[in-house]
Design a protein around this ligand. Structure first.
Ligand code: DNO
Length: 403
């Protein structure tokens, strides 16, 4: 009994080598075919090639993160059916190649958001920070989204107005980099690097969602799930939707994977273990109303992939990533509940007993700062997180066995 220890690796371009990962206890790799444009079919030879590279190093390709969902599927565009057909073909190909878990998200336009990628903590480490008012200032002053003034709490808007007036051109450049460029492309979100006017392109993308509210976005997700989940079942593949990050509306866009009620709605949409969840403690924990222990208990049989990371909430719902053990998430309780569920699956003779887990993100510690790792994905910070989680997990396992 133990969750399968996995690690997000970004393919051959990743500065971290597969050879090094085995030394730190990684059993499975989480990756994507990052070179294939969104919407195109993942062909078998391409899948097998990546699989072979991983297996030659003594590990398994445990999870696809992500098989990206094309925007047209999310906003119900005219090519949606064709794009879903392609998506289904990729699922079949992955299933035939023996890959059985796929993580995806249904966040319009933007995959995850931080305003500061180098938040210096007093102990000398660097972390990722979301400054709510600064983000709203980005919307009002840089995207010129006047409506934003009515969409957020008045004290956040007030603060944003003050921040906006002080933004220098360097500050603006950094905000564009952090919000639109550096955090998106490498996870197969927006591909706007190299664009001469990323703000304009970003606004164009936002405009595609005009008139699409929460109910509509839910309808499009349902349409998608009703088509892909039966195919996933046939292919022996399980899906795991990733929660919204941050789990609250931004940019005037609807959010549909932010809390217990959303997850309930999604899991009820299509009743199948293949319609599952990526239980991401980091994303869900920064909604102060979310009770993670309740979520993990309620949907335990739908958790197909686990992201473990911790956070701290500050004033105005600002938050920063606080490593893996310390923070508002009670990692002990979460691991206990996950391991009990794993035990249950084993006893029930289910197939989905590996319960792949990756430590999500990591602080930049020691020499991490000297490397150009993707934001959130340093080597040493994640390695420390994996060691901490592994130790805690051993203790929890022992406690369960002894009790
Ligand atoms: C960021 C990640 C996300 C996640 C996708 C899954 O670090 O958690 O990019 O991979 O949302 O589709």
């Amino acid at each position: 009994m133990a969750l399968q220890k996995t690690w997000r690796w970004f393919g051959e371009k990743d500065q971290i080598r597969l050879d090094d990962l085995r030394q730190i206890g990684v059993e499975g790799i989480v990756t994507s075919l990052h070179h294939i444009p969104k919407g195109e079919i993942w062909k078998k030879p391409e899948i097998l090639n990546t699989k072979k590279i991983i297996e030659e190093k003594g590990m398994a390709w445990s999870v696809v993160e992500s098989l990206p969902v094309h925007e047209e599927i999310k906003f119900g565009g005219e090519n949606r059916d064709l794009l879903i057909d392609n998506y289904i073909q990729s699922i079949r190909n992955l299933g035939t190649c023996g890959i059985d878990t796929i993580c995806y998200n249904f966040m319009p336009v933007i995959d995850w958001i931080r305003t500061d990628l180098n938040y210096n903590k007093p102990n000398g480490t660097y972390s990722l920070y979301f400054d709510y008012a600064r983000f709203v200032a980005f919307e009002i002053f840089m995207l010129k989204r006047e409506e934003a003034k009515n969409e957020y709490l008045s004290d956040v808007v007030e603060k944003a107005l003050a921040i906006g007036k002080e933004l220098t051109s360097d500050d603006k450049k950094i905000l564009v980099e952090n919000i639109i460029l550096k955090t998106q492309g490498f996870v197969d979100g927006l591909k706007l690097d190299g664009e001469t006017d990323p703000i304009r392109s970003f606004k164009e993308l936002l405009s595609l969602y005009k008139g699409i509210d929460k109910a509509k976005l839910r309808e499009f997700l349902k349409y998608f799930l009703e088509r892909i989940i039966p195919e996933a079942e046939k292919a022996g593949v399980r899906f795991a939707i990733h929660p919204d990050d941050p789990p609250r509306p931004v940019l005037g866009l609807p959010r549909i994977v932010s809390n217990l009620e959303d997850i309930e709605w999604i899991t009820n949409c299509v009743q199948s273990p293949a319609n599952g969840l990526t239980f991401c403690t980091g994303s869900l924990s920064v909604n102060p109303e979310n009770n993670l222990e309740e979520i993990v208990t309620r949907f335990s049989n739908r958790i197909q992939f686990v992201h473990l990371r911790n956070t701290n909430l500050c004033d105005n719902l600002d938050f920063y990533e606080s490593g893996h053990i310390d923070g508002r998430v009670d990692m002990f309780e979460i691991l206990k509940k996950l391991l009990i569920e794993q035990n249950r699956r084993i006893k029930a003779g289910q197939e989905d007993t590996a319960m792949p887990m990756r430590v999500d993100h990591g602080l930049q510690i020691l020499s991490d700062v000297e490397h150009a790792y993707n934001p959130g994905y340093p080597l040493l910070g994640r390695m420390k997180g994996l060691a901490e989680i592994t130790g805690l997990e051993l203790g929890v396992e022992r406690m369960i066995k002894d009790s």
